[in-house]
Design a protein around this ligand. Sequence first.
Ligand code: 0X9
Ligand code: ZN
Length: 291
Amino acid sequence: MYLEALAIKYPQLVRLQKIGKSYEGRDMNILRIKSPLNNLSTVKIFIDAGIHAREWIAPATALYLINQLVENYTVHFALLRNVEWIVLPVVNPDGYEYSRNFRRLWRKTRSKGWFCKGADANRNFDYHWRETGSSWFECSNTYAGRSAFSEIETNNLKNVLLNESNVQAYVSLHSYGNLILYPWGYENQVPPHWNDLHNLGRKIADAIEAFSGSAYRVGNSAKTLYPAAGGSDDWAMGVAKIPISYTIELPAGGVLGFDFPENEILSVAREMFEGFKVLADYVVSKYGSEK
Ligand code: 0X9
Ligand code: ZN
């Protein structure tokens, strides 16, 4: 597997960490990328992708970020100097596999229910859980789960984050919609520092547009998209107290919106890499201190 190969080839730069198993027993892997030369006051950026099974462009974009940071580290050295990148490329491996083999548009996890399988992992986090935009009905695509963190996958992610100090930025990668969304997702209110979140979001969007012409809208999640409680983004900010948190809806592709032709994947990943650079610069200048 690619992540394992990287961990073997670049032991100085990356560490592969298994954070638990999925419902069906697949390993959940995070990759930590950190330069051996970076200084003590490293900031941390955490990225999740593949919470929703069918949104294949999200894990692909996370893998491209990993690929560039690691295999092109001489070029992107500046991005590693003061930042530890923590990437979970597939939050929902069971759903992902199911969408590959059986139902292309599967979204949820694959846990057992009475009538239907799976919960929407992005409705399952314990922050204003099930208050808005989520369903009680097991068979719904936005089923919030029996209880908050009923899904082992969200539970594993929660545990990693609670054990991690000093994470200043969180990004949850989804598709589709060309959106950079900041909390709250569960209600129309915004956090007190929303202006910072908005401005940084705009800078990220501008960098992407300057690079490729692809336009992203920036805004509050509930207002710009729809209110929906229990997302990883809201939990990261509301409970894990990470000051910067975004959900990024990558572009649509193919016929269904989720099925990019192979030759169009790289351009999405490439332009988002430009966005990650802007995010890293901001986090380092705001929270890093050279000592
Ligand atoms: O509905 C979602 O979970 C996300 N959109 S998607 O089309 N990829 O399903 C948006 C999540 C935004 N964040 C919150 N509502 N917390
Ligand atoms: Zn999604």
